[in-house]
Design a protein around this ligand. Structure first.
Ligand SMILES: [Zn+2]
Ligand SMILES: [Zn+2]
Length: 212
């Protein structure tokens, strides 16, 4: 298994390309921009993208989606509560912060507990609303790796003041789910450095409790 992080766009979003060595099947997570750079990596390593997963609807996580889908003919996955935001450029903020309007219709809608398979790897969908209504984290089964989108970063939690955000929901997601992750869990966030939960807990955020 290999995870490549490519930092894209003006918000320095982390796009991740996860691939399984045996089959070279790959999953593209949050292709926010720079489609050509992402394609170059995929083609140079002869990977076969099996899907594009969007952790949430913000434009900085989705900007290269259509171009990649067109080239690799793979389905787009997103949580069902993200459908409206993905479709509506006002909600996904591409009207104000992006060079182009973004409107995406996912091919496969996800819910809590769904599994996305890449070769022998299973990714488990964890619904963590708050930053957006259908924000998700993805845990690679039988590992301590979790892709967290904009739900949690090394030094902070996702903001809740943008369209569709909810402080109450974020508090619940962090208290009931994220706080249950052990200190040795490695988070792959939507922005900034990859970190352990131990490091994230050092931020001292009041919602982020020690594992019970
Ligand atoms: Zn976001
Ligand atoms: Zn973001």
């Amino acid at each position: 298994m290999k995870i490549e992080r490519i930092i894209v766009g003006m918000h320095e979003t982390n796009t991740y390309i996860l691939n399984e060595d045996k089959t070279n099947e790959a999953l593209i997570i949050d292709p926010g921009d720079a489609a050509k750079v992402i394609m170059k990596y995929i083609d140079r390593n002869q990977l076969q993208p099996m899907g594009i997963v969007l952790t949430h609807y913000h434009h900085d996580h989705t900007g290269a989606t259509e171009e990649l889908k067109k080239k690799y003919k793979c389905p787009i996955y997103a949580h069902k509560k993200e459908e409206e935001g993905l479709r509506d450029p006002q909600i996904n903020l591409s009207t104000v912060m992006c060079r182009k309007l973004i409107s995406i219709i996912p091919d496969k809608v996800l819910s809590e507990g769904n599994i996305i398979t890449v070769g022998s790897l299973d990714l488990h969908v964890i619904h963590t609303p708050g930053h957006t209504p259908g924000g998700i984290c993805l845990k690679i089964k039988d590992t301590n790796i979790i892709f967290t989108g904009d739900t949690i970063f090394k030094d902070d939690l996702g903001r809740t003041d943008l369209a569709g955000g909810s402080e109450d929901m974020l508090k619940k997601s962090i208290t009931n789910k994220v706080s249950q992750w052990s200190d040795d869990t490695i988070i792959y966030p939507g922005h900034g450095e990859i970190a352990t939960m131990k490091e994230a807990r050092r931020s001292g955020h009041p919602y982020l409790k020690s594992k019970r």
